[in-house]
Design a protein around this ligand. Structure first.
Ligand SMILES: Cc1cc2nc3c(=O)[nH]c(=O)nc-3n(C[C@H](O)[C@H](O)[C@H](O)COP(=O)(O)OP(=O)(O)OC[C@H]3O[C@@H](n4cnc5c(N)ncnc54)[C@H](O)[C@@H]3O)c2cc1C
Length: 416
């Protein structure tokens, strides 16, 4: 008999397995894919030498999460690399807004909003550890009063208005692009919390990419589990919990739908699971690109993460797109996150060919093929982008949702 079985080796499954293994339990992990990592996998999708992250690519929480810090990634050869700007936001008809790693540089480019940006972010940066602790806490311990006060005086304005009291479009869009990482109605208390958390981290521990891709992080977690005697079985899709070895504890890193499929549960609980409402989805495109992205504002090539949305990239357009998408409706210009990992890790570009990863927020289960929408949005701010694309792969939200059942999606050259 084993002590614990974990189904699913995404970052949460691996974290659970490692925590149990560290506590001295015998752990077995079962993963449907041939490789561990779930959303933390990195694979050569479109070129045998160029690596693409399957889901997670940028890791703002990795340097601050107590669990992720406990991995000692750097000591295991996984450097967290930074681009000079954490993220950028192109605006139609004007210079892009950039969140440089340096607060002064960011504020200097925001005009009169620079003062407001500093007032918003600097106190959070100075008490970053307490702010992160409060936001990641289980709320079972009394909150740190300073962190609580910092958030209490900032959250309401941003929960009511995208961009809070920032006035000019550049600053408002720069912050709203971060708020939209929350995937949901915008503005809202949740999106405001995301903006303040990820927004201030951009200038403290940053928004790093792991050298060589996120798969390196999953590999470290898997090695540590195995070093402690844990066993990881890949290529094993669990179809019934009854098929698993006898164990005292079962942890499932799976969706509610998958839970209903594999677990012998009482009828009432199954009914509750069938009523589970999934949030908006992600529709992703991977591009193999020749050379740099031809941004209209070339400073954007200093940022590994770029936010796009609307025709002009304004905060109002982003908020509209996110709110409509959260209601389950499609928008013509969704919010899109573009990641160019080679901006932080130049070795990701091989023979001048770089991986570019982008996903749009879309309604749950949306079946539409994302590359045309994403290419059009990129073309608006990087004319000629399509001509740099050597190959691409699209994963609709419906396909991404069923990723464990989808071993490969169609790979095709882009339409010219
Ligand atoms: C397009 C996209 C981009 C993203 N980018 C980022 C980013 O840049 N930064 C970031 O921090 N986060 C990002 N995320 C979010 C991140 O990927 C997820 O939060 C994370 O992967 C969730 O981890 P998880 O362990 O809960 O689940 P998953 O990573 O989904 O892992 C679940 C695992 O369980 C396995 N599984 C499921 N059912 C079974 C079964 N019956 N038997 C065996 N195995 C099973 C699956 O194969 C899978 O490997 C992104 C997500 C998407 C979709």
């Amino acid at each position: 008999m084993t002590d614990a079985v974990v189904v699913g080796s995404g970052p949460n499954g691996l974290a659970a397995a490692l925590t149990l293994a560290r506590a001295g339990l015998r752990v077995e992990v079962f993963e449907a894919h041939e490789r561990v990592g779930g959303g933390l996998r990195t694979e050569a999708l479109l070129d045998s030498e160029v690596l693409h992250d399957i889901c997670a690519a940028v890791h703002p929480m990795t340097p601050v999460s107590p669990f992720m810090r406990s991995l000692g990634l750097e000591a295991h050869g996984v450097a967290l690399l930074h681009s000079p700007a954490a993220y950028g936001h192109p605006l139609q008809g004007g210079p892009a807004a950039l969140a440089w790693r340096d607060l002064d540089a960011t504020c200097a480019e925001l005009g009169p909003d620079g003062r407001r940006w500093r007032r918003l972010m600097l106190p959070l940066m100075q008490r970053s550890a307490d702010v992160v602790d409060l936001m990641l806490s289980t709320q079972r311990t009394p909150p740190n009063p300073t962190a609580l006060a910092l958030l209490a005086t900032r959250l309401p304005a941003h929960a009511l208005r995208a961009g809070g009291d920032l006035r000019a479009e550049a600053a408002r869009a720069l912050l709203t692009g971060v708020a939209a990482h929350g995937i949901g109605r915008l503005p809202s208390p949740a999106s405001a919390a995301v903006a303040l958390l990820l927004g201030h981290l951009a200038r403290t521990t940053g928004w790093p990419v792991p050298r060589g891709g996120s798969g390196a992080v999953a590999a470290v977690m898997a090695q540590q589990i195995e070093r402690l005697g844990g066993r990881i079985h890949t290529g094993v899709r669990v179809n019934s919990l009854n098929d698993l070895p006898t164990r005292r504890l079962t942890l499932l890193d799976v969706s509610p739908r998958e839970l209903a499929r594999i677990a012998p549960l009482p009828a009432g609980y199954l009914r509750a699971l069938s009523r589970y409402r999934y949030g908006p989805g992600a529709a992703k495109a991977d591009f193999l690109v020749e050379g740099a992205i031809p941004w209209t504002d070339p400073r954007l090539s200093h940022a590994a993460t770029i936010h796009l949305g609307g025709t002009h990239g304004t905060a109002q357009e982003l908020a509209h797109a996110e709110t409509v998408t959260a209601r389950g409706l499609s928008v013509r210009h969704p919010y899109i996150i573009v990641v160019d990992p080679a901006a932080a890790d130049p070795a990701r570009a091989v023979r001048g060919r770089r991986p570019v990863w982008a996903y749009a927020h879309v309604p749950h289960g949306d079946p539409r093929d994302p590359p045309p929408t994403i290419r059009a949005a990129l073309e608006a701010h990087a004319p000629g982008f399509t001509d740099t694309v050597i190959a691409e792969r699209g994963m609709s939200a419906a396909q991404l949702g069923a990723i464990t059942r989808t071993t490969s999606a169609a790979t095709s050259p882009p339409e010219r």
